[in-house]
Ligand binder design. Structure first.
Ligand SMILES: [Cu+2]
Length: 371
């Protein structure tokens, strides 16, 4: 009897939890209501089966409980019951799978007129690229990747010259326009996910994957990496702003084309900037800030706040004063002198001497000395 009551309480508790739970899906902000429908269909079918199976077990526990002078009967086969069970199970499984196949067919067939943009993931930051006036993205190759060309755009491809580069910061997309996002990884597996859009997709090194959606609600939404991609995975975040067509166009104009970044002209150009400001920008576009905080908070790597002039204890127990020579070594050959308590995971920086100088100037004078 206790078992039967426990089973019934389990059912009541689960159903009550569903209706009173504060954890619902975030409000939908794209045209993918069909994905919510498939989730709901699966939920209601599995939920009904859960309730039925547990109540049936409770009923059996009571009905067939031990009584004196009764005997159980061995019944090896019941064709009619088996047919019913097989049929109902097949129906339930088909009802859960079939809608998903229709949605998947939609998902892998973006509309012809969808806008194109590229999402690039690397440990641990997101960058974006738009095709520019010609509507065609230039080709890329990892071999072209430098601090000045973080997305590895092929300098000899005419299609790439007008590509608009958003090396750091938020992504804007216009409302009510279908957009196809091509997804590319520069190192390991990542996953581009925005809960409000419902669609998400892995970034797989070596191939270009994609997803598409039509954003339907203006707002700012969090972009998360949803594939464990290393120690800084939790910090791999960005934001996507669903904007008006006007706001989107204005935002796009604040970003340089590839040709402009090469020439050092255009919006956000470095011309006339102080070394410290150049270093600050570089620390963001190169992803340094994903691991090194500038406010003293803990991170994957040591904070930059108050770093310059500090005495650090290294992994081998020796100490070093953080000066320009040490910072330079840490950027170029990061794994030679590891600070105690940190993992040797920082990739060597691919920077010019001037860029290194700017980064050092920024850590030295731009971040603040701490207290
Ligand atoms: Cu990631």
């Amino acid at each position: 009897m206790i078992f039967a009551i426990a089973l019934i309480l389990l059912v009541i508790g689960s159903v009550a939890f569903h209706f009173f739970s504060p954890w619902y899906l975030t409000p939908l902000a794209s045209d993918w209501s069909t994905i919510d429908d498939t989730i709901n269909i699966t939920f209601w079918i599995t939920g009904a089966v859960f309730v039925a199976v547990n109540l049936f077990m409770a009923w059996c526990v009571v009905k067939f409980r031990y009584k004196k002078n009764t005997r159980s009967h061995y019944q090896p086969e019941n064709k009619k019951l088996e047919l019913w069970l097989t049929g109902l199970t097949a129906l339930g499984v088909a009802a859960m799978l079939a809608p998903g196949l229709y949605v998947w067919a939609d998902f892998v067939n973006p509309p012809e007129d969808a806008d194109i943009l590229e999402v690039v993931g690397k440990q641990w930051q997101w960058s974006y690229r738009f095709p520019g006036d010609d509507g065609v993205l230039g080709t890329v190759d990892t071999r072209h990747t430098t601090a000045a060309n973080p997305l590895g755009i092929n300098p000899n491809d005419p299609n790439g010259q007008d590509d608009i580069i958003v090396a750091t910061g938020d992504l804007h997309i216009p409302i009510d326009r279908p957009v196809k996002m091509l997804l590319r990884s520069q190192d390991v597996l990542h996953d581009f996910a925005v809960a409000e859009f419902r669609v998400k997709m892995d970034l797989v090194p070596g191939i270009v994957t994609y997803l598409w959606l039509t954003p339907t609600v203006l707002g700012t939404y969090d972009v998360l990496c949803e594939e464990l991609c290393g120690i800084g995975h939790y910090k791999m975040r960005s934001q996507v702003v669903v904007d008006t067509q006007k706001g989107y166009s204005a935002w796009l104009k604040t970003h340089p084309t590839y040709a402009q970044t090469v020439a050092g002209t255009g919006p956000a150009s470095n011309i006339g900037l102080s070394l410290v400001e150049k270093g600050r920008r570089l620390s963001q576009s190169s992803g340094c800030v994903a691991c090194h905080s500038i406010d003293g908070s803990a991170g994957v790597g040591p904070t930059w706040l108050g770093l310059y002039g500090k005495t650090e204890t290294l992994a081998d127990g020796s100490t070093v004063v953080v000066d320009e020579a040490y910072l330079k070594e840490s950027i170029v050959s990061p794994n030679v002198s590891i600070v105690q308590g940190y993992a040797p995971i920082m990739p060597p920086g691919n920077f010019t001497d001037e860029e290194i100088e700017a980064l050092i100037a920024y850590t030295k004078e731009g971040v603040g000395s701490g207290s």
